[in-house]
Design a protein around this ligand. Structure first.
Ligand code: HEC
Length: 186
């Protein structure tokens, strides 16, 4: 009887371990057999994290008359939900950075700038079990669809270097995302 109960407890524990593991792997990111990332579905429904103006990578000084791109950062919704509940990123967490032109010719004319055409998209997947660097960075064109695929930028890239050195939380620029920095405290 005792043995049966112990076996039951072990079974229960293993079952729980499986559930816990499943919870930390979101399973939303989809890859080809050659480990290329498919452009995700319905990124229009992703959660807005932050926006920037003229923050392109380069040494050009900021020019107020011609401020450059508007960068919009979004997070995949189930990843955001997991982060809110656990205060850490699950494996498979995806962030999207979309670059839009900044347009001054809005109608009615307002003094500032609005989002123009989408020019390029970048995805940061955080996944310690899939990637040796704990993350993968991928580039997609503006017209990417769910059948578009992208190779991971090879290990040792500038992307990983800058993100790990300057991003405040787990290689991400949480310091610029108000709802995230409220939780991570930076
Ligand atoms: C010199 C530093 C630097 C380099 C190099 C860099 N990034 Fe970033 N990245 C940033 C900053 C700063 C942000 C914050 C958002 C913004 O300001 O537009 C950011 C945000 C992002 C985000 C939004 C999610 C996050 O992690 O915060 C993605 C996706 C991204 N970068 C992709 C890339 C890719 C792909 C590369 C390489 C091709 C790259 N980055 C290289 C500085 C860098």
């Amino acid at each position: 009887m005792r043995l049966v109960s112990q076996l039951f407890q072990v079974g229960l524990f293993l079952g729980m371990a499986t559930v816990l593991h499943a919870q930390t792997d979101l399973g939303v990111a989809s890859y080809t057999e050659a480990d290329q990332l498919f452009f995700p579905e319905r990124t229009d429904l992703w959660v807005h994290m932050g926006s920037s103006l003229g923050s392109e990578y380069g040494d050009e000084p900021f020019d107020p008359a011609n401020p450059g791109a508007i960068g919009v950062v979004q997070m995949e919704p189930s990843a955001y939900q997991y982060f809110l509940e656990n205060h850490e990123y699950a494996d498979g967490t995806m962030y999207l950075l979309s670059f839009y032109g900044s347009e001054a010719e809005s109608d009615p004319q307002l003094p500032g700038f609005v989002q123009g055409a989408l020019n390029a998209q970048e995805i940061h997947v955080i996944d310690n079990s899939r990637f040796s660097e704990g993350r993968g960075f991928f580039l997609f064109p503006a017209d990417a669809t769910t059948t578009s695929t992208s190779d991971k930028i090879p290990d040792g890239s500038d992307c990983v270097e800058c993100h790990m050195a300057e991003g405040e939380y787990d290689g991400t620029f949480s310091q610029f995302y108000p709802t995230i920095r409220e939780i991570t405290g930076n």
